[in-house]
Design a protein around this ligand. Sequence first.
Ligand SMILES: Nc1ncnc2c1ncn2[C@@H]1O[C@H](COP(=O)(O)OP(=O)(O)O)[C@@H](O)[C@H]1O
Ligand SMILES: [Mg+2]
Length: 413
Amino acid sequence: MVVGNKLVREVGNWVDGDKFVGRELESTQLTELLDEGPNVLLAAPRRTGKTSLMRETLRRLDDRYNCVFVDLERVSGPVDAIVDLALAAQPHQRVGGRIRAWLERVVPRREPSVEGDLRERFLDAITGDWPAKGDRLLDDLAEAELPTIVFLDEVPILLSRMLYGGGRVMSERGRNDVDAFVSWLRAAAQRHRGRVRFVVSGSIGLAPLLGRARLSATINYLTPFRLGPWDRQTADACLAALANNYGIELELPARERACERLGACVPYYVQLFFSELLADARTSRRTLVTLVDVDRVYETRLCGGADQASLKHHVERLEMVLGEDTSLAVDLLSAAATSLALGSQEALELAQRHPRGGEDPADTLREVMAVLEHDGYLERRGLGHVFVSTLLRDWWAKRYCAEAGATANRRRR
Ligand SMILES: Nc1ncnc2c1ncn2[C@@H]1O[C@H](COP(=O)(O)OP(=O)(O)O)[C@@H](O)[C@H]1O
Ligand SMILES: [Mg+2]
């Protein structure tokens, strides 16, 4: 939490403890859910603070549960996933001994003097019949004195990689592998109910992804927990505490303007905005940040040039869920970026221009729109669909529709 109303910035890595802002309600709700025993699906667009919420929850629950955190972003398949789970559990104060003893039984160290590479040994232990070997590992965790929570971060990225194999077309083999993995996880969660629970998290929609693979039923044991952006009050408190820490005068109107420009106060972009304001102020040796500075920094540094990688990621994410079918999604987003709202008739006309096999364009549209809504790009308002994040909308307009970008800017003035 904010110490003495001062906050040290963090732009990128997950945060906990002193750097963790807000989320009291979400943290309480997540804890309550876990205490009641369900397995949880924590979904939110990238940079909303999922990993931070999990890490902070883990920190707060560590005396009541054995908490094990596994990041699956770079993992290629079930064997690696289970190896990473074992590696994450083995340093744990309360369950580590059990895991290491299990490893010693399965793959004894030949040379006691040589500290064998742990990853290699776990890999040896789990390769070949991974479901049965993975079960044995979880059985061990289930017998520990305290119940265990396994946090699995970025699961959809792993599943997307398995489904599409790095390409853009879903393979039958990939589908079968995903089926085997998610079914194994569900069976394990059910077998160890009350002893081992899973928090499955991801930035891209697990439900739409598995829906496309016709595997939706494999996640119906997970209780959905959606994480939204910060409310304005939290974003404002964060900006004030950052300004206070770095000796910058960022008065209420300027802070309000910053939140207004962002549209949705996604924590990462709040922190990034502050960092850019600070860099701008330091460069020109000022301490006062005015409304004009906020607007200028937004236009030039935030949606103009800064951190394109994280905004670009929003495009790559579409491919992870939709595979080769991103052209309709891109057109829908471009249309929404350049009008007040994307009406349903216009959306349907766009879908008709992107025929998919013999499919009814209304069905294609429904599926693509579900992904765009689920993954936090668009939301339905009175007149039609609009961008949730003004920053993403402005960046999209600049990048994909230069002409339209000018229109969007004119419209705002
Ligand atoms: N509770 C929080 N307090 C302060 N900053 C946060 C918080 N949650 C997220 N952030 C900001 O967002 C960035 C990304 O957070 P992270 O938890 O990795 O998001 P996600 O896992 O959803 O991609 C952090 O580096 C930080 O700038
Ligand atoms: Mg994360």
